[in-house]
Design a protein around this ligand. Structure first.
Ligand code: DAH
Length: 344
């Protein structure tokens, strides 16, 4: 039995020192030191021995147990350190590595302009029309006829329209003015709304023109509304948008749906009114169209022009953005070039 114990000590010691990892060491421990392990099996057989042998073999078995336990603990510490070091090396974080680049999203410059203009008009008591009253796919009837464009009148040629195959009279709207009609069909006066949105025109794309652009339409209808109210509101808008020191002028113009009609100019922001390429030497920049709502338009939507009057206006969002930031090509808004968009 003594030999057997010494053999256990020898084999176990060898297996301990050969263990390559904590798992293997754990198996060695189970094999020799557990309740069903080899040392215990010997202890269980002690009862067949003489008292003297019981004492000698028993204490030898205990010593071997303690010795192996110490060896296992030492080895365990050793292996733990090795494994920890391996882990530290493999999980090392290199703080000198450049991090993932997360590009910050931005609000598109056209959306910024729309938001800014909407806010200005909200401050002047206007609310934003529901988008259902301002569809991009529109009928010729709303886009032109209801707005007092005479049938086959050359006025229709002012705007080159995209026709669809949906039905002969369904178009992509060429202006946001149709939203005025839809709003007045839905709401009795007083009406005081604006409506930003996309419009489409069939023309060749250039630095100054795109097939798709944005307009903001405005409409105010109530009792006793005069051209003076129109001037007051629009002057206030231009003052806030371009800065208070910039003079404006109202020029007589023509739109089928307003009478009288006007175009509003602001002093050229490039040359300060002296005359330059941007303003074609005039010193003025046209920024919006406007006028008193034509009596025929009011009649078309069932509003009595003897009781009510109103004004309307429309402006191009791209144009206003280009003027404010001195952008020379409308196509830049639609190319999604991050170098351009990042500047806003
Ligand atoms: N719809 C016109 C255009 O596209 C702009 C405009 C002019 C709108 C006068 C109006 C207005 O409401 O009163 O050129």
């Amino acid at each position: 039995m003594k030999n057997k114990l010494e053999e256990i000590l020898k084999n176990a010691s060898e297996e301990i020192s050969k263990s390559a990892n904590i798992q293997e060491l754990e198996e060695v421990k189970l094999k020799y030191l557990s309740r069903k392990g080899e040392l215990n099996t010997i202890k269980k057989n002690l009862k067949d021995l003489s008292d003297e042998d019981k004492r000698v073999i028993g204490s030898l078995a205990n010593n071997i147990y303690n010795e192996l336990e110490t060896k296992i603990n030492t080895k365990n510490e050793e292996l733990y350190k090795i494994e920890l070091n391996k882990k530290l090396v493999s999980e090392k974080i290199d703080i000198s590595l450049p991090s993932d680049i997360r590009v910050q999203g931005k609000v598109h410059p056209l959306t910024q302009t729309i938001n800014e203009i909407v806010e200005i008009f909200q401050g002047l008591g206007f609310s934003v029309m529901k988008s259902e009253n301002s569809p991009e796919v529109e009928t010729e009837y709303i886009n032109f006829d209801m707005l007092n464009f005479p049938p086959n009148h050359p006025a229709k040629d002012m705007q080159d329209t995209f026709y669809t195959k949906v039905a002969p009279n369904v178009i992509l709207r060429s202006q946001t003015s149709g939203a005025q009609i839809r709003q007045m069909l839905h709401q009795a006066p007083p009406v005081r709304v604006i409506s930003p949105g996309r419009v489409y025109r069939c023309e060749s794309v250039s630095a100054r023109k795109n097939n798709l652009f944005h307009q903001i339409e405005g409409l105010l209808v109530d009792k006793d509304i005069t051209f003076g109210d129109l001037k007051g509101i629009l002057n206030e808008f231009v003052r806030i948008y371009f800065g208070s020191s910039r003079p404006t002028r109202f020029r007589a113009s023509y739109f089928p749906f307003t009478e009288p009609s006007a175009e509003v100019d602001v002093e050229c922001i490039m040359c300060g009114g002296k005359g330059c390429r941007t303003c074609s030497g005039t010193g003025w920049l046209e920024v919006l169209g406007a006028g008193m709502v034509h009596a025929n338009v009011l009649r078309n939507v069932g509003i009595d022009p003897e009781i009510y009057s109103g004004f309307a206006f429309g402006m191009g969002v791209e144009r206003l953005t280009m003027l404010k930031y001195a952008i020379n090509d409308i196509r830049l808004f639609f190319n999604n070039d991050i170098r351009f968009l990042n500047q806003f």
